[in-house]
Ligand binder design. Sequence first.
Ligand code: SF4
Length: 465
Amino acid sequence: MLPGKAYIQTHGCQMNEHDSHRMRGVLVAEGYQMTESPEEASLILVNTCSVRHNPENKVYSFLGRVRELKQTKPGLIIAVAGCVAQQEGENILRREKSVDMVFGPDNLFNLPEMIERVRGGERVLMTKWQPNEQRVQNFIPDEWVDKGHVEGCKAFVSITKGCDNFCTFCVVPYTRGREVSREASSILREVEDLVSKGAREIWLLGQNVNSYRAGSHGFYELLQEVSEVPGLKRIRFTSPHPNDWNDRLSDLMAANPVICNHLHLPFQSGSDRLLGLMRRGHSVAEYLDKIAHMRSINPDIELSTDVIVGFPTETDEDFEGTLRVLEEARFAQIFPFKYSPRPKTLALKMDDDVPRDIKESRLARTIELTQRISEGDAQRYVGTEQEILIDGAHPRERGMMSGRTAGFRPVSLRDDSIEIGDVVRVRITRVGGHWLHGDLVEQDRDKSPFEGGSRGMSSETVVIL
Ligand code: SF4
């Protein structure tokens, strides 16, 4: 009997998106067809995030809804994966009787075994940490390295997982474990395979990507070698930590045209006192010095960042410091969050004393300021030519295609002859909100080997501000 259809719902970061992509690969290899509708699925998997409180709540409300489906479809398998699964483990099985399996990020390649056990009548829990050697192997077991598939023109490749930094607000070290780095040879093999299947842009992923260290390879050596893979047009990576960012890496980025001209470097707060309470391990001045060096050798670099507002004890003065960093660093994009206490973290012991309305107004001010800076700075593109990788249909404007500059600015253009995966030169004619609009300059299109051009399918979610 065929296993039927599988539905995956994903919450959270790119790491989770990537895990879901790999779980899709495992399920398809097991004979499942993927579906967008939970109602027609025989396996429903929710890949969870616990970095903020909200996504966690959404998971339980989703489980409440699929519980009803199980009453009409007794063979339905319901699985919970990801960070909430790792953190809550058995509690989920206790709280939601309809759930059949709960497993952490390190166990996704055990899906076939877990499904088999559920079919045999068990409820399965797989969240135990493996020894580090096993965790390195678990990035992608050898037999899966060449089985990746490419959707659109971009592909994600994990290079580190876990984190040893234990910032006081962050749950990641508890849900993703201690940091391990993957063998460089395995990473290169996967990148070569994905490029041969049509990937033009590779995203190197890790919680702390630039503390990568495997044998003689640090992040610098890895970036250099990945950039030499024939046919690869662009490399992006996320997220680096300021402590592990150095001028040598900035120099490499400025000199190597395959490494995109965009750096996402979280700064979290513009107050040294709060950075200390967060255990970030650097000061505001140290952060800004790194940015200043980067801009001095690479004036066109685009920057983005993460900011937390309303961390315990944050005063108006602390927050003004955050606004000053936003002014000085001139980020094109920020991912701002209102602080919420997370289980097991050290900050949980602090009094969450900033009132909700103040958190909200600070959040709004960070967004408003960055929007103003980013949209103002975007004017410098008008009249210039930019190389754009076409990544899909415009999410809102019918008949328009979209792509990204090397600096990660979204660009919209109309041309019936371009397809997803094309690298084209575009003259920027105007700025509208955070979008650049332009016209095709020359059709020296560098064709993607990707054959299923699927015009009309956007290959990513655009998240700006
Ligand atoms: S470095 Fe990043 S992932 Fe690690 S604990 Fe800090 S915020 Fe979390």
